[in-house]
Design a protein around this ligand. Structure first.
Ligand SMILES: *Cc1c(COP(=O)(O)O)cnc(C)c1O
Length: 421
């Protein structure tokens, strides 16, 4: 028993025995978080990559207030409503053509669970009961629930910790070159009878360390999935809604997966909501005289009207405000201001893609020190693994983004001379 940081709240990914006490947030506005003690921090990570329009956007707040008065929630079994109907149609309209059947849930992890369940049931509904495995990739992250964890990077996903409980999947290297492509195709070829689908984060593996792959790699995965006749699931949860430089990352490869998972920025960061979107081919495999062939899932708060109203308002903003142009401006500013840091001791790589900027270091030591230094510089930035990264709100001003990159430039050299622990 030592310094338990909060008496009753159990914090995420936190060793409760000796963690730094969390800061207390009081309110948010624009790109900023205001703390209880009055300090203001520029949010370099958009609250886990959600607050794409900045915080408290008046258009989203107004839409939620209106919805709150009419109907904050109603069950989705046997009832639908305008906010969900409108949102599903709008998502089908902006997603690449073919993705048109929307299943709502409340978090990205559940959207992935639903996608995996959909894939397995897609095959069982056609009499194929052996396809219960998935192919996924080293460095990937798909959520914290158990099935989602099983397709995460084995180390990052803590597979060893939950061994015996997690289903074993084929977690392969991304096919970036001829050798890894051959290996990938070979595993698909020899195990296709057991494989329900492939799960991939398109273009950027975010939580696994902001690792970028090319549209060619994504196209190769898509064509191999088609050749092997397994389903392709693209987990867009982190990169959807312009984060990687296009409305959806899959657009850059010109592919249409069988299933796409959406989340995080879906409501503009105002409230939890996620979606699993399938093609007609997938959807049609659930149409049957057999009641058991229906998709067997239904979260209690599925299609929550308040969340759908927020998401519809967020979609309005993507239509009326120049988000893609803002992302392009952020991208060039990040390149200009981060790339000069490549010479700092300990820095091994600098990567920028859309509104994502990452500095990879050989080993991320002194983590608590780093976080405190950023807070002292007025910046909310959360390094993890071996990366120091920013994914700012798209409405961040040039001056605010410069405060973030200047803080990185100022702190990084002092960090790199500190003794490693
Ligand atoms: C965050 C994330 C998830 C999980 O979403 P939650 O809302 O935290 O459950 C799944 N996939 C990707 C790619 C993510 O970045």
């Amino acid at each position: 028993m030592t310094n338990i940081p909060t008496p009753h709240i159990w914090l995420p990914y936190t060793q409760m025995r000796n963690a730094l006490p969390p800061l207390r947030a009081r309110k948010t506005t624009g790109s900023r978080i205001v703390l209880d003690d009055g300090r203001e921090l520029i949010d370099a990570v958009s609250s886990w990559w959600t607050a794409c329009h900045g915080y408290n956007h008046p258009h989203i707040v107004a839409a939620m207030e209106r919805q709150l008065r009419d109907m904050p929630h109603v069950m989705f079994g046997g009832l639908i409503h305008e906010p969900a109907e409108q949102l599903a149609a709008r998502l089908a309209n902006v997603l690449p053509k073919g993705l048109e059947h929307v299943f709502f849930s409340d978090s990205g992890s559940v959207a992935v669970e639903v996608a995996m369940k959909m894939a397995v049931q897609f095959w069982t509904n056609q009499g194929d009961r052996d396809r219960t495995k998935f192919v996924s990739f080293q460095g990937g992250y798909h959520g914290d629930t158990l099935a989602a964890m099983s397709v995460c990077d084995p180390e990052e996903g803590m597979h060893a910790l939950f061994k015996g409980y997690l289903p074993e999947q084929f977690v392969l290297d991304l096919p970036r070159d001829a050798e890894s492509a051959d290996k990938f195709r070979e595993v698909l070829r020899s195990n296709r009878d057991q494989i329900a689908g492939i799960v991939i984060e398109p273009l950027v593996q975010c939580a696994g360390g902001m690792k970028i792959h090319t549209p060619e790699t994504l196209r190769l995965v898509a064509s191999a999935a088609a050749d092997a006749n397994v389903l392709l699931i693209c987990d867009e949860v982190a990169v959807n809604f312009c984060r990687a430089g296009t409305m959806f990352a899959i657009e850059q490869a010109g592919i249409v997966p069988d299933i796409a998972c959406l989340g995080k920025a879906l409501t503009g960061g105002a409230i939890g909501l996620a979606a699993t979107v399938a093609t007609a081919d997938v959807f049609n495999a659930f149409l049957s005289d057999d009641a058991q062939a229906a998709l067997m899932h239904g979260p209690t708060f599925m299609g929550n009207p308040l969340a759908c109203a927020a998401a519809n308002a967020s979609m309005d903003l993507f239509e009326t405000e120049p988000r893609l142009a803002q992302v392009a401006v952020i991208e060039s500013q990040l390149r200009r201001e981060l790339e000069p840091l490549s010479g700092v001791a300990g820095v091994t790589d600098i990567r920028v893609k859309g509104a994502i900027g990452a500095i990879e270091v050989d080993e991320l030591h002194s983590l608590d020190w780093l976080k405190t230094e950023f807070v002292n510089a007025g910046v909310w930035l959360r390094p993890f693994g071996n990366v120091i990264y920013t994914m700012p709100p798209f409405v961040i001003t040039e001056g605010e983004l410069s405060i973030i990159t200047s803080a990185i430039a100022e702190i990084l050299p002092r960090w790199s001379v500190r003794a490693r622990r």
